[in-house]
Design a protein around this ligand. Structure first.
Ligand code: ADP
Length: 239
């Protein structure tokens, strides 16, 4: 029937979109890793030349640079590995509040140190979704980490988590009162390696969106937040 057809089309589209995201990640990773690898080679060759001439001090400087470049490569591969390992990836009926509590407890140390006010979902909707708890927590942790980064310099830092049910959907949103995103930044948000942070990798949102799609849902930036940024995860509700 028509409804099944529409759903299949949407699934196909989601699948095509996922493959294109994975392709972009792969291409981006190749690029991001090639650069430091080439630099490491140059530094190592030069270090060898310095040592040949008995100049240990510049040689040791080169080695220090090499270490910092391998750290960046390590950060990239670690992020991808956590994502690819798919721990407990089997989906089962999951109360969304459990994943929210799980994500908050994973970040409890950082939340405490930051002095940010965290507002948990009000009321008592207690929707269930079909998802691996670890996967949903991964998305929430990414969103919360970004929100924590965003409110760092705010006078009254605040992050609100909302939970809403609409028809057969569950909407989980994470809203902060940080500086928000200009239209340009918003356009590039889900592209791999787009980051404004000094130590950022620009993989968090791409990977989170990929996981949301794997769970049969979406992750989006909410349009036109008056202040700060708000992201919404949209998943299918189950009984
Ligand atoms: P990373 O955190 O490593 O930079 P992400 O993919 O998680 O990678 O985020 C990409 C970029 O999107 C960030 O560098 C930041 O500029 C922007 N961003 C994400 N979340 C927020 C937010 N809550 N408020 C403002 N900017 C954000």
């Amino acid at each position: 029937n028509a409804e099944a057809k529409v759903r299949r089309l949407r699934d196909d589209l989601a699948q095509a979109n996922r493959l294109s995201i994975l392709g972009q990640i792969a291409a981006g990773v190749a690029h991001e890793i090639n650069q430091p690898v080439a630099a490491i080679r140059t530094y190592a060759e030069n270090a060898g030349r310095f040592l040949d001439r008995g100049k240990t001090e510049p040689a040791s400087g080169n080695l220090t640079s090499i270490v910092s470049m391998t750290e960046r490569i390590g950060a990239i591969t670690n992020t991808l590995r956590t994502f690819a390992r798919r721990p407990g990836v089997a989906a089962s009926p999951l109360p969304v509040r459990e994943a929210i509590d799980g994500a908050l407890s994973l970040l409890s140390g950082r939340i405490r140190d930051s002095g940010v006010t965290i507002v948990k979902p009000q009321g008592n909707p207690s929707p269930m979704v079909m998802a691996s708890r670890i996967r949903l927590e991964q998305i929430l942790v990414n969103l919360l980490q970004n929100a924590l980064d965003a409110v760092k310099d705010q006078p009254d830092p605040r992050i609100e988590i909302d939970l809403a049910e609409r028809d057969d959907r569950v909407l989980i949103s994470v809203r902060d009162n940080g500086p928000g995103l200009g239209p340009e930044a918003a356009g590039n948000l889900f592209m791999p390696f787009q980051t404004t942070k000094e130590k950022g990798l620009g993989l968090g949102l791409v990977i989170s969106q990929e996981i949301a799609q794997e769970l049969g849902g979406t992750l989006q930036l909410d349009p036109g937040s008056a202040k700060g940024a708000s992201f919404t995860i949209d998943l299918r509700r189950i009984e």
